[in-house]
Design a protein around this ligand. Sequence first.
Ligand SMILES: [Zn+2]
Length: 118
Amino acid sequence: MAKTRATPKNIKDIEEKLRAERDDLLRQVAELEGGDAATSDLDEAGEPETVTTERERDLSLLDNARGLLDLVETALAKIDAGTYGVCASCGKSIEAARLKALPHATLCIACKRKEERH
Ligand SMILES: [Zn+2]
């Protein structure tokens, strides 16, 4: 009778949130990639340091967005597979409050803390 599935009750809301986040990130990535191409057309001899700093900032933003996009895609795939909300490290359910605040979380709070200590 009792369902042992970890899938949260508000999974629909979470899925919607994740899809919206994915759209947002895809837009960000496209923008940053576009901006990157435009930057390379600029005169590099003028202020090489400024260009480098800007490029580095864009690249780190792009890196960030891609990393997040990866997590969001993983979360969506897990919803499809019915394994959403399970900690990737210890296999326990991730706290509902944590998922609400961070729908793409793949680790429970305890495992996340452990990871951050490294
Ligand atoms: Zn865990």
